[in-house]
Design a protein around this ligand. Structure first.
Ligand code: XIL
Length: 393
């Protein structure tokens, strides 16, 4: 099933002047559209990333909070850092809770849900005309102890997952655009994680289809995704997804998309078959997305990246963004945080860092400007830039 795309109409000059004042049915052009649209001038200030993005293409970021942040010597970034919030609202047309919708946060005790942080992110997104990507429902990691260490029968576990998906997806029905229903279910050889994923281990691989079915029942308007890392290239792991989604589609399971996280490091080459890989999923009629893009590097002793490193990083961001822009159904590009101040990278990858597009003081790096330039010159199928859209490409 193709994700629903906004139909674009040709507008006359008269209708165009109207469209700035009142909602209209059409959404032409780079960074514009009706008032509820992420690219509408009401939200998209000229010169920002979201403004530069072509119509129907959202540019997102993870919303920092929870997870590794809790061990750092700063307060919760999303709720406490005003500069952070301002950039989050201004530059981005999509947000993904970095940790706040994971099981350990949203379902901390058996039978108890805590929606406070997730709610505030969804409300922030609504105030700022942003899409939301829900992350995540079925994963082997960041599950609460009560679940991982509980002594549940398979019937009980099945009911726990059903209740979780129904409750969480149902709460945000109509407000979350894409859900990472399934996260990281295959290993590097393309084998299902039958050991470390509690759901697959205890309930068998069929639980994956059920998770999609339950999510679809709870919110028929959300696009439901498989999400993973190291699936940028055509390789054993992405092949495993390619096989699985075909089986599920043949069984009418409501799977709508495949997304690659894109956690890259400049010490490895750029995954050169990314576009071909996205295209083969697109050819199956699935949406595609890049959901957690960052490009880390091995830092010199000074701790500061060299200019050459920053240029190489910018080139990787550009290649990833271009790959997505070149695939028709790839309409969402999310970076895993926008400032090095809050990046997960130094905590998880020893000796590496500087992976985002702004430094610790929110100063844009070459990667930021390259992204904006790439968005502006994007030649997506569709209406192109409307005459009233102002300077740009
Ligand atoms: C990371 C977060 O960024 C950290 O704050 C947390 O401590 C661990 O998880 N793949 C995913 C994301 O799907 O949820 C992970 O996020 C990064 C890898």
């Amino acid at each position: 099933m193709k994700p629903v795309r906004l139909v674009t109409a040709v507008l006359t000059a008269a209708a165009l002047s109207l469209s700035l004042a009142a909602p209209v049915a059409a959404t032409p052009g780079h960074g514009h559209g009706p008032p509820h649209h992420p690219g509408h001038p009401k939200y998209a200030k000229p010169g920002t990333l979201r403004w530069a993005a072509p119509d129907g293409f959202v540019i997102g970021t993870a919303v920092a909070g929870g997870g590794h942040h809790e061990e750092q010597d700063y307060p919760d970034p999303f709720t406490s850092d005003r500069t952070y919030r301002k950039i989050l609202a201004d530059q981005f047309s999509s947000v993904s809770p970095e940790n706040q919708m994971k099981w350990e946060y949203i379902h901390p005790e058996q039978g108890e849900y805590d929606f406070a942080m997730a709610d505030s992110i969804v409300e922030f997104a609504e105030r700022n005309g942003q899409d939301v990507r829900g992350h995540t429902l079925l994963w082997h990691s960041q599950n609460p102890a009560w679940l991982e260490e509980g002594d549940f029968s398979s019937e009980e576990l099945r009911e726990i997952l059903h209740d979780h998906i129904t409750t969480v997806v149902g709460r945000y029905a109509g407000r979350i655009d894409q859900w990472d229903v399934s996260n990281e279910i295959f290993d590097e050889e393309g084998e299902l994680r039958t050991e470390d994923n509690i759901w697959i281990r205890e309930l068998g691989p069929e639980i994956i289809a059920d998770a999609f079915r339950w999510a679809h029942e709870a919110d028929p308007s959300a696009e439901l995704y498989f999400n993973d890392y190291n699936v940028e290239d055509v390789n054993a792991k992405s092949d495993a997804y390619y096989e699985l989604v075909q089986e599920l589609l043949a069984d009418d399971v409501p799977v709508h998309g495949f997304s690659a996280q894109v956690h890259l490091s400049t010490q490895y080459g750029f995954p050169g078959s990314l576009e071909d890989n996205l295209q083969r999923f697109d050819d199956l009629g699935l949406g595609t997305a890049l959901t957690e893009v960052d490009v880390r590097m091995q830092l010199p002793e000074s701790g500061r990246p060299t200019w050459a490193q920053l240029e190489q990083q910018a080139d990787y961001y550009q290649q990833a963004l271009s790959a997505c822009l070149n695939v028709e159904g790839c309409a969402s590009f999310t970076i895993w945080g926008f400032t090095d101040k809050y990046s997960w990278v130094p905590v998880f990858f020893e000796g590496e860092g500087a992976a985002t597009v702004m430094d610790e003081r929110f100063r844009p790096k070459p990667a930021f400007f390259t992204m904006k330039h790439t968005l502006l010159k994007a030649d997506r199928k569709g209406p192109g830039r409307p005459p009233w859209a102002g300077p740009g490409r």
